[in-house]
Design a protein around this ligand. Structure first.
Ligand SMILES: O=C(O)CCC(=O)C(=O)O
Length: 294
């Protein structure tokens, strides 16, 4: 853990400010990462299953993005990762606000062989908002990759350009000339359980899976200040009938529910009627915090 406990240490925060990204190597312990990797394999084939018959799974590798699945996932444990206390604490620290939202959750399974995952450098804001990044932290899009397996140059470590090398490129520009920043990129290598935090100011790119039997399993979770209504890649209301979403809403705590835009205890939305009816919609949910905050 960082020297300040849950949040980034002063050095890590400085690195985030200077470079626009920071790799936190110990977000998950080895056992926890292993368990969540098995959670990913409830939904996508394990490397052993995939490479035993790649053609059977060609629909997962027809394009670099075919192996993407949106939150919520099959595994309840994996779904909890979007609300990992340390990830959430670090997002609060970076944004400097008390109220934050998850605005995207994706599980990305990559397997070598059928597609080339290599990308040109880009900034991510193009499909996260209709406006442009700002250097004011409060409005930043804080994007995260948590790698569920060890990650290096053989299995597609993300290549990232410290933002001092792109300071001359206006923030409204999403792409560089191919190759322009290659000399400055660093590879986000790490053990399973490493989380990369970066803002959408930062140029980065996916790299190829170079070993013939390489694979990579990553959770992408993106956060914003609750009142940054212009940042909005995914919405969750239309997923309300999915069993995985019902499980999540029923069993997580009230603070975690706010990540999905469910009003916090004490909000004027909570009346005797809405509280009672939540218990009908979600049998087993604990609405006491909402009752006692009235
Ligand atoms: O998968 C990666 O390492 C990076 C992917 C990426 O930057 C993107 O698809 O926008």
């Amino acid at each position: 853990m960082g020297q300040n406990g849950l949040v980034l240490s002063a050095t890590q925060l400085q690195r985030f400010n200077d470079d626009g990204f920071v790799l936190v190597p110990d977000m998950l312990g080895a056992d926890e990462a292993e368990a969540l990797l098995h959670g990913a394999w409830e939904q996508f084939p394990s490397p052993e299953q995939y490479f035993a018959d790649p053609e059977a799974f060609a629909d997962l590798t027809n394009t670099p993005f075919s192996g993407l699945a949106n939150f919520p996932w099959t595994s309840a444990a994996l779904n909890r990762l979007v609300a990992h206390p340390r990830i959430v604490a670090i997002v609060h620290q970076i944004l400097g606000v008390d109220d934050i939202r998850l605005y995207k959750g994706e599980l990305w399974a990559k397997y070598a062989g059928n597609t080339d995952y290599d990308q040109h450098h880009h900034r991510d804001f193009g499909n996260h908002t209709l406006v442009v990044p700002t250097v004011e932290r409060r409005w930043m899009q804080v994007t995260t990759f948590t790698y569920l397996c060890d990650i290096d140059e053989h299995n597609g470590a993300t290549a990232i350009v410290p933002k001092q090398f792109s300071a001359h490129i206006p923030l409204g520009q999403r792409r560089t000339q191919p190759g322009e920043l290659r000399d400055h990129e660093v590879l986000g290598r790490g053990r399973a359980g490493t989380t990369l935090f970066y803002s959408t100011e930062v140029f980065h790119r996916a790299t190829s899976l170079k070993s013939p039997d390489a694979s990579r399993f990553t959770i992408l979770a993106d956060y914003k200040a609750a009142d940054a209504s212009w940042t909005n890649k995914q919405a969750f209301g239309h997923l309300g009938q999915r069993p995985e979403m019902i499980e999540f809403v029923t069993n997580v705590d009230a603070g975690t529910r706010t990540l999905l835009d469910i009003p916090a205890p004490g909000h004027l939305y909570w009346t005797e009627q809405t509280i009672d009816d939540m218990e009908i919609r979600y049998p087993g949910i604990d609405m006491d915090p909402y009752r006692s905050a009235r």
